[in-house]
Design a binder for this molecule. Structure first.
Ligand SMILES: [Zn+2]
Length: 81
């Protein structure tokens, strides 16, 4: 058995977080070098998005250019809620 470190983790009830990229449930543990992402792939996607300056709020659909224009227009008019 190679479960020694697992037993220790079980005692500490590892925190579950949602991957910011795909929303999959991930254990926040030192076993996961990509935390809070579930995988290297998701982390790279997120880093790539930042690099492209197209990063969006995790879990939200991407905003269209048109939506963004409408929002800016609304804010410039005084931001009526
Ligand atoms: Zn993920």
């Amino acid at each position: 058995m190679t479960q020694d470190s697992r037993n220790d983790a079980a005692n500490n009830r590892p925190l579950q977080v949602a991957c910011p990229q795909c929303r999959k449930s991930v254990e926040w543990s030192s076993d996961n070098p990509y935390r809070p992402f579930c995988s290297k792939r998701c982390r790279l996607i997120d880093l790539g998005a930042w690099a492209d300056e197209s990063h969006r709020i995790a879990g939200e659909p991407a905003m269209d250019e048109a939506d963004m224009d409408a929002l800016i227009d609304k804010l410039e008019r005084g931001g009526q809620q």
